[in-house]
Design a protein around this ligand. Structure first.
Ligand code: GLC
Length: 373
């Protein structure tokens, strides 16, 4: 009797240990089955970019050093997700094999873990790889090598870590070129991350109006498409020093795509933008919803979930207009089933949170996350 009981106990122990091993093995990579990208997009909900930090030449150079407490502050305010722009290209060998600095990897790991340990999904991208705008072909091999390393490094991270291929493909990285590159990058990522949700932006700065140029690998369904929205630029980017006349001209061209008159003179100097308000008139609202309807229709036609990865306004615009515009854009995107991420958390330029006084800019926060009644 005792012998049988002992062997039962032994078998039970084995089953228990095996079960525990399975749980432990399943823990780090919950992406063992393909996540539904639509559910994933829902989970992203209303999020925020932690920008001007890891995509600066070095963290802190643009004023923001990411702190663990930020994740509690963001979560407590009601945000559902984070987008993390990263300048990998500034922390990797320039020559083959383009090795990413292990210390930089460690820093990004720390930040990613701060998000995942609080159940905040986090979208990690490649951003500020300036050479891709000017001489993309000379940097293609390096771009792909960065993705191979990033993908392998995070392959066992939970499926709430998403990879976004590249922020705002533009200029010399043409829409045609981008369509080829994105397929190659996805193939590379899929070798180590068959089930990772990948986020892909459209070309020409990821404006919604250019979604029509985007070609995705048809049979890879685990993809979220991301777009950015800063229209009208004469309001959102008034006084921003990096708005060049070329960018302004492109913004005006983009408005014409949706048959809209840019509400400032196309030939005017962008220095004349300061003072532009956004009153939320019926006409101003229609100009926005027309653009978002194009995005929603594209998503429906192609059966792809859409994320609004960046929208925001520069601090020089008046706060009332900023709050009005931000609320209208957030709600317009959400009503069309898009997840959204405000640009950005705590830099001076667009920031929602004043890190010196440790307080939210309430009108902006309330515009995105409705205050509790
Ligand atoms: C882009 C840039 C970022 C800038 C933002 C708004 O995402 O990468 O640096 O602040 O657009 O212009």
């Amino acid at each position: 009797m005792l012998g049988i009981a002992k062997s039962y106990a032994f078998i039970a122990l084995i089953i228990l240990l095996f079960g525990a091993a399975c749980v432990i093995a399943a823990e780090p990579n919950t992406a063992s089955t393909k996540p539904d990208p639509f559910k994933m997009n829902k989970m992203l909900g209303r999020g925020v970019n932690i920008g001007n930090a890891l995509e600066a030449p070095t963290e802190g150079a643009w004023g923001v050093v990411i702190k663990e407490e930020y994740f509690d502050i963001i979560k407590r305010a009601g945000f559902n997700s984070i987008r993390l722009p990263v300048r990998w290209s500034g922390h990797a060998l320039v020559e083959k094999p383009y090795t990413i600095n292990p210390d930089f990897f460690k820093r990004v790991d720390t930040v990613v873990n701060w998000a995942t340990s609080r159940n905040l999904p986090i979208m990690v991208n490649i951003q500020q790889y300036a050479e891709l705008y000017t001489e993309p072909l000379a940097h293609k091999e390096r771009f792909m090598a960065l993705w191979k390393q990033i993908a392998e490094h995070y392959k066992d991270y939970p499926d709430t870590v998403l990879f976004e291929l590249y922020n705002e493909p533009d200029d010399a990285l043409t829409p045609q070129m981008w369509n080829e590159w994105l397929k190659e990058a996805i193939t590379i990522i899929r070798q180590s991350n068959p089930n990772r949700t990948i986020v892909v932006g459209s070309a020409n700065d990821s404006w919604i109006t250019y979604l029509k140029l985007l070609e995705l690998p048809e049979n890879d369904r685990n993809i979220i498409v991301t777009v950015h929205h800063y229209f009208p630029h004469n309001f959102t980017h008034q006084g921003a020093p990096w708005m060049t006349p070329e960018k302004v001209a492109q913004s005006h061209e983009d408005m014409k795509v949706v048959n809209q008159n840019p509400n400032s003179d196309p030939n005017s100097n962008y220095n004349s933008w300061p003072g532009t308000k956004w009153m939320g008139t019926a006409e101003e609202k229609k100009a926005m919803t027309d653009i978002f309807d194009i995005g929603a229709a594209w998503g429906k036609e192609h059966n792809r979930p859409i994320n609004l990865g960046e929208f925001g306004s520069y601090y020089k615009a008046d706060m009332e207009s900023r709050a009005r515009w931000t609320k209208f854009i957030a709600d317009t995107a959400a009503e069309r089933g898009m997840s959204l991420m405000y640009w950005e958390f705590c830099a001076q330029e667009f920031g929602l949170y004043d890190r010196d006084t440790k307080s939210w800019r309430k009108p902006l926060l309330d515009a995105i996350i409705a205050p509790k009644q």
